[in-house]
Design a protein around this ligand. Sequence first.
Ligand code: HEM
Length: 536
Amino acid sequence: MPLLLLLITSFLSLLLLYTIITIRKKSSSSSLPNWPLLGMLPSLLWNLSNLHDFATRILKAHGGTFAFRGPSFTNLDFIVTSDPANVHHIVTKNFSNYPKGPELKAIMEPFGEVIFNTDGDSWKTKKDIILSLIKTAGFERLLMTTLRHKLADSLIPVLDHAARNHDDVVLDMQDVMKRFTFDLTCLLLLGIDPECLSTSFPRVPCAEAFDVIEEAIVYRHCVPPWVWKLQRWLHVGWEGKTVKAEECLNAFLEERIRVKMVEKQAKESSLNDDGDDNYDLLMKLIVETERLMGAACYSSKGEKFVRETVVSLMVAGRDTIAVALSWFFWLVTTNPGVEEKILEELDRVVITQTGEEQGIFSSIEELNKMVYLHGAISETLRLYPSVPNEPKQSMEADVLPSGHAVGKNTRILVSIYSMGRMEEVWGKDWMEFKPERWISERTEGNNIINDDDVDKKKKCTIHVPSYKFAAFLAGPRSCPGRKIAFMQLKNIASCVLRRYKIVVVDDHPVLPLPSIMMFMKYGLKVRVLSRKPENK
Ligand code: HEM
């Protein structure tokens, strides 16, 4: 009997060893074994810690498109692509055949019916309202003013404190940016500052609730639906935490919406138009919603619609900016030549600014002059797009331009991360962080944009079609916040770089987290040194 047991154990160990070696060999040779019953799942799990680069390697080896086979007892097959022709087809040409699909709707349900998980008329209504709120001169002015105050009142004091105590204080720049963008987003959308970012780094329940919900969405992507549904029903595990987080976030938002309703009734006011300096986004959203639904229906459906629109904008504008800045600071500090050029450009553009105003822009015209900084940010988003993947689901069978057949209800993943690393699009030096690839001195031609630049002889930003540079996606579902995003990114980046030298802590591991957002797995641990002589 012990001999039999020994034989069985030895056989199983050998089988396990063989499996591991096979997966390793196949993974490094960029082809995936398709196991009976298990499909390609073992390789995926094996490479989970480095998922984005693993997908890129597989895609490069397969001409940009790959059909992944999940275990036979699940419904986990999908097609992943980084081929610009396929991407153009999916997100633009045959847009109506590739909605987000019902699965994503269920997965993102803790945030409610936000713009990211809705399709059809419901999506269109949300998009129209959002465009009417953020694509206005009033909102841009509000953003510039709020940003100036918030930089001066919270980011600079926190970084000054870290710089004065740089021997003792190590900051997680990703956490700093997440706190800053949460406060900023709440100020812009709700008119209140939750004060997440201060030297005491307080715990703020609504911000933590937001994080828990985001993590729950990642969790739901990784387990079969019946698992999270059962956990939710029992209120246990992540799902139990998520239910509480939803209550917390909703209570925070509903309170603000109710206060604004009372304010509106008291004022009997209509919305501010663009000429008004006191642009009030929440008031405008409530008025637009009433107009859309009729005042009588407002209380039942309207409040939910308003809350979900606010959440849509919080999801859209908070972590996208925070993660982009985290990668930007890491790339800049590890490429001193680039840092130097940004500082030189800042010297030229902000030469008139002194004292407290240093590095904080007051106008969009000034921001537009920062062409090299624009290139450095575009380059960051090419290599580390804030949203690394775009999920879709086919309605009907189709054939992609690459020749791959797509069945009805097939899951498709556009790998935005891999698109930024394709030699065919970016050249042999695709792995280099090179802001120069975004800059041209040509003064005419279709590939030049620099809308607001008066002097056409100045350096211009090169326009890359969005189905090649897809960090903001392309087609009808492309990001309407691109301009706003650049305004924030350039302003925050220049304010920080002009005043401080950011030094990444020795041996700090910088790795992407396999998630729906391009978070750094271990954050970005840095010391902050002041560039002001008196604080050195
Ligand atoms: C670095 C910053 C940003 C990046 C990289 C980015 C990228 C993207 C991407 C890839 C999408 C498509 C996502 C999807 O459909 O699942 C998207 C959608 C969207 N973004 Fe952005 N975004 C950024 C900042 C912003 C900001 C600041 C706002 C607004 C204040 C915004 C508003 C939106 C909205 C409303 C959508 C939904 C569009 C739709 O479904 O039609 N984004 N963004």
